[in-house]
Design a protein around this ligand. Structure first.
Ligand SMILES: Nc1ncnc2c1ncn2[C@@H]1O[C@H](COP(=O)(O)OP(=O)(O)OP(=O)(O)O)[C@@H](O)[C@H]1O
Length: 265
């Protein structure tokens, strides 16, 4: 699919999005733009619809109204081939890793390759080994099953699968949840390195204030059924809204800010 030129360099553009489940309206008239090459953090209180927004963008959630464009193309109403071509260009790491437990790590990474291409097994094994190295897993992780991996290794394996088809856009749903602080910091750095090395755009849902401070270029705040504001951490620190103030200026927010300042971020 040829990439349509986008006058503002937006990789994702969401306009007027409305999502509901029965009587419960999750998003109403939500707008968001994600710029090429940025890591955008998506934050908001529990239940504000961060995951629903991600699912709507990647085509897993039917929305009531609005428009989603990726790489300048409207995602609704695409033909089957165009949809496949679009899906090939993004990778997703779901909240729980979502690895197939009966498959090895290498086989998990090969699932998208099998879905989209006809590639010789030997070549797929080589690509899987390359992705395993790329996410910092040891070579012997390939033949292991997810149950044999630590939480951090599972996340890396999920990331390797998300990178299976060399996507240009990466969606990560709470990638550092459940990791210890050292593991979480290492995972943050991995995301940053991959973004730079692979020229990725990253949509990252997180509650992790350290992640926001250390690797996000901008942060989008979900509240009141929409994206309340998008900005750098500095801009959000000055944003006058009770949830934003509490989140960034509460004890954890202050600790993350101090940590980032000490690290020179
Ligand atoms: N398939 C569904 N059916 C009905 N309600 C749903 C469905 N999926 C999500 N919801 C509701 O939509 C709201 C938003 O859910 P979502 O998982 O997007 O929140 P979130 O912001 O990601 O929350 P958290 O930070 O706790 O992960 C919640 O109230 C949830 O119960």
């Amino acid at each position: 699919m040829a990439e349509a030129p986008d006058r503002r360099g937006a990789v994702i553009r969401v306009t007027g999005l409305r999502n509901s489940f029965g009587e419960q309206v999750i998003h109403d008239n939500l707008d968001l733009e994600v710029r090429r090459g940025e890591i955008i953090g998506v934050v908001g209180g529990s239940g504000t619809g961060k995951t629903v927004l991600m699912r709507a963008i990647i085509g897993l959630q039917r929305y009531d109204a609005g428009e989603v464009e990726i790489f300048g193309r409207r995602v609704s109403g695409l033909g089957e081939l165009e949809e496949l071509e679009l899906r090939r260009q993004f990778g997703v790491l779901f909240q729980n890793g979502a690895l197939f437990s009966t498959l090895t790590v290498a086989e998990n990474i090969e699932v998208p390759m099998r879905e989209f291409y006809r590639i010789e097994d030997r070549l797929m094994d080589e690509i899987a080994a390359y992705k395993i190295a790329m996410v910092g897993l040891p070579p012997d992780a390939g033949p292991k099953h997810p149950s044999e991996l630590s939480g951090g290794m599972k996340k890396r394996a999920g990331l390797a699968r998300a990178l299976s088809l060399d996507p240009r856009l990466l969606f990560l749903d709470e990638p550092t949840a459940g990791l210890d602080p050292i593991g979480a910091a290492a995972f943050d750095q991995l995301i940053l390195q991959l973004r730079d090395a692979l020229d990725l755009t990253v949509f990252l849902i997180t509650h992790d204030l350290d992640t926001l401070h250390t690797i996000c270029d901008r942060v989008a705040v979900l509240a009141d059924k929409r994206v309340l504001t998008v900005g750098t951490i500095e801009e959000l620190l000055a944003f006058d809204h009770p949830w934003v103030q509490e989140y960034f200026h509460g004890p954890r927010g202050r600790a993350a800010l101090a940590g980032a300042a000490a690290a020179g971020v």
